[in-house]
Design a binder for this molecule. Structure first.
Ligand code: SAM
Ligand code: SF4
Length: 454
């Protein structure tokens, strides 16, 4: 089939087909796009610099918040002209958004210039759909959620530009937080085998990646359903033992599955960075229950206490949702209070976005959007002070970090174990580790200098 489709594509475009992938949303989508790219390169595709230069245009979409979906629809609309001028161009849409039947139906009915809707949980079917499109002359809009795979048969092709390698260790989510669309569009949790992960991990190291991030919607439930005696802490230890000079990060950890063993593993593994993203979502026990999160505020804080007792230099970041349906002013204030108590290094904060089909979408929500926006701003202001306090404490200290670029005029940007960045005096080879001393904190940025003979 490879030769057949490669030949058809070449004939259609009169050249090696040019591929452009536009990726929305989270790191998981970035990782999926690298598999789509790897797959399409097998069929002779080369990279295009933008949509106008492309023959095959792929949108890898996100559905987590309404705003993301609006952007995608806007950008799909922009392809209308392109298809008018070049009807032979192929437009394919995948990702979480089109895993919703209503969205797939809208595309079928109102966006006739979209040729293919493909299943993000079975990326390897994309070439076959393109083949059918060309041979049968019929649009290929697959039924959603038809089959879930581990995408092992789609070879990964990283862009080589980003210094961080994203490595999925599992797909899907079983948690059904009541606000979240992910379990509906990504399907049930399924873990890759430790062998497949370690193989890809070693390839990343061999390719020169020094910052490798393991990905999953809830990495702490990694291993469920596998025959091997493996869980996430064991996987971390196994990858930490791979020889080479690199660091390991991971995302995302659900607090209900974060165990003492996880923090013990972080403490023991020198290549695992001192940073954990541990989304708490809110600071009210009632709202946490309504969100189906399965922990209380005190349990969460207890977890942080244990984590910091075994990894004293741990940096914790978190996600916060403001304005969950029915959240009162007092409950919002409990979240602000939690932010003061938890000592987060940074947060990603969002206004609740109603996702049709989720339980929370049916809950009464009478707080006006403007009020929620004001609350979000006020909460971010509190976090800004907490972040500033943490970063100011770094002044005068030396850290190991990865040089990730130049900041011009004899300066470098260095990423620390905390995942924070320092603009440092001194030049250093990009993608090499160095020692940096933090000397200042100004305008929400860390400054420092590279220590040449550390
Ligand atoms: N699985 C991860 C977890 O549970 O932390 C993250 C997945 S989700 C893509 C990333 C973040 O988006 C969540 O932690 C949550 O804060 C936010 N999010 C998810 N659904 C949302 C919604 N309906 N409205 C606003 N924010 C949402
Ligand atoms: Fe969504 Fe919750 Fe699963 Fe994260 S754990 S993807 S927030 S359902």
């Amino acid at each position: 089939m490879i030769e057949r489709l490669a030949g058809l594509l070449k004939d259609r475009f009169g050249r090696a087909p040019r591929l452009y992938i536009r990726t929305y949303g989270c790191q998981q989508n970035v990782a999926d796009s690298q598999r789509i790219r790897g797959l399409m390169h097998l069929y002779g595709c080369e990279d295009a610099s933008d949509e106008n230069d492309a023959d095959v245009i792929v949108f890898n979409t996100c559905a987590v918040r309404e705003h993301a979906e609006d952007r995608v629809f806007g950008n799909i609309g922009n392809l209308k002209n392109l298809k008018r001028q070049r009807p032979e161009a192929i437009v394919a849409i995948g990702g979480c958004m089109v895993q919703q039947q209503t969205v797939a139906d809208t595309i079928r009915a109102s966006y006739p210039y979209v040729d293919v809707v493909f299943n993000t949980n079975r990326i390897s079917a994309l070439p076959e759909q393109i083949l059918d499109l060309i041979e049968k002359g019929k649009r290929q809009i697959v039924p959603v959620c038809d089959r879930y795979t581990l995408n092992e048969d789609a070879p990964v092709l990283r862009d080589g530009e980003s210094l961080r390698a994203f490595l999925p260790i599992m797909y899907g989510c079983d948690n059904f937080c009541t606000y979240c669309i992910v379990p509906y569009v990504r399907g049930r949790e399924r873990s890759r085998t430790p062998e497949a992960i370690e193989k890809e991990f070693r390839e990343c190291v061999a390719q020169g990646y020094k910052d490798i991030m393991l990905l999953g919607q809830n990495v702490n439930s990694y291993g469920k359903g596998l025959e091997e005696d493996i869980d996430f802490p064991k996987l971390l230890r196994r990858l930490n033992a791979v020889e080479g000079d690199f660091v390991i990060r991971f995302m995302t950890s659900h607090p209900k599955n974060a165990t003492k063993e996880l923090f013990d593993a972080i403490a023991d593994c020198e290549k695992v960075e001192r940073h954990i993203h541990l989304p708490v979502q809110c600071g009210s026990d009632r709202v946490l229950k309504a969100m189906n999160r399965h922990y209380t505020v005190e349990e969460y804080l207890g977890l942080l206490d244990y984590a910091r007792s075994v990894v004293p230099d741990l940096y914790v970041t978190s996600d916060i949702i403001v304005g969950f349906p029915g959240e009162t002013l007092e409950e919002y204030e409990e979240t602000v209070d939690l932010i003061r108590r938890a000592g987060f290094y940074a947060i990603f904060s969002f206004i609740y976005s109603r996702r049709p089909g989720t339980p929370a979408a049916e809950m009464p929500d009478d707080t006006p959007h403007g009020v929620k926006a004001d609350r979000l701003n006020a909460l971010n202001e509190v976090q800004r002070l907490v972040t500033a306090e943490i970063e100011e404490r770094q002044i005068g200290h030396r850290y190991r970090g990865l040089c990730i670029g130049s900041a011009g005029e004899g300066k470098s940007v260095v990423r620390l174990s905390s995942n924070g960045e320092v603009t440092a005096d001194g030049t250093w080879p990009v993608n090499e580790f160095c020692t940096v001393e933090v000397t200042d904190y100004k305008n929400r940025r860390l400054f420092g200098r590279i220590i040449e003979n550390a």
